[in-house]
Design a protein around this ligand. Structure first.
Ligand code: ZN
Length: 226
């Protein structure tokens, strides 16, 4: 296995994207960079774009694509990502963001964009059975409950169903994701950067398929990794 890869992972809520990002990050020894973490870190550290983002969020507005890409650019310019690569999680979300990302990664382009595909009925079932600790946010499900009653294994907090995990609310979030992301998936497919990977099965099985798709792309030499 050659360490290092430059990846974007796409997938609907409930597709298991978070779990697979962590596993791939260990496999390829690259940082897993999620949009939320990156934004919080930039604000905390007071980087140029972090300060801009903070001013905008303090005034109650949404951070623009330009500022978000500025934050991504600052993060990708660090030693760990420059030398080994990264897994981007939650970015880009739109074609506009993908175009800006292509500009800032022109010298070291993405190896692959992966769409983790899980059928709607499975996602609905997974999300409907999800239970969350109200204190620390740990995830459980009806099938994998805490050890003792609905009390969190980590912190002893109450484990409950989130109020917005009703079937109607879940369907609404999935529809929104579909509308936003379908053009992005088409955009990457047009540039021959997209692989669709089946997200059904155990975490190990899914990781195996992801690694296969990524290694196939790297062996094909379409975009040599450093
Ligand atoms: Zn907890």
């Amino acid at each position: 296995m050659i360490p290092g890869a430059r990846l974007v992972l796409l997938g609907r809520q409930g597709a298991g994207k978070g779990t697979q990002c962590v596993r791939l990050s260990r496999h390829y020894v690259v940082p897993h960079i999620s949009t939320g973490d990156m934004l919080r870190a930039a604000v905390r550290e007071g980087t140029e774009f972090g300060r801009k983002a903070k001013d905008i969020m303090d005034s109650g507005d949404l951070v623009s694509d330009e500022i978000m890409v500025g934050i991504v650019d600052e993060r990708l310019d660090r030693d760990d990502t420059r030398h080994r690569g990264y897994i981007l999680d939650g970015f880009p979300r739109t074609v506009g963001q993908a175009e800006l990302l292509a500009k800032i990664t022109a010298t070291d382009p993405l190896d692959l964009v992966i769409d983790l595909v899980v059928p709607t009925d499975v996602v609905l079932e997974r999300l409907a059975s999800r239970r969350v600790c109200t204190d620390c946010g740990a995830n459980y499900s009806v099938d994998t409950p805490p050890k003792y009653g609905w009390v969190c294994d980590n912190c002893g907090g109450d484990v409950v169903q989130r109020a917005d995990d009703t079937p109607e609310a879940i369907q609404k979030r999935l529809d929104l994701y579909e509308r936003e992301t379908a053009p992005l998936i088409a955009w990457y497919a047009d540039r021959d950067l997209l692989a669709e990977v089946d997200g059904l099965g155990s975490a190990e099985e899914v990781t195996g398929r992801l690694v296969e798709a990524i290694d196939l792309r790297r062996r094909s030499g379409a975009s040599p990794s450093s």
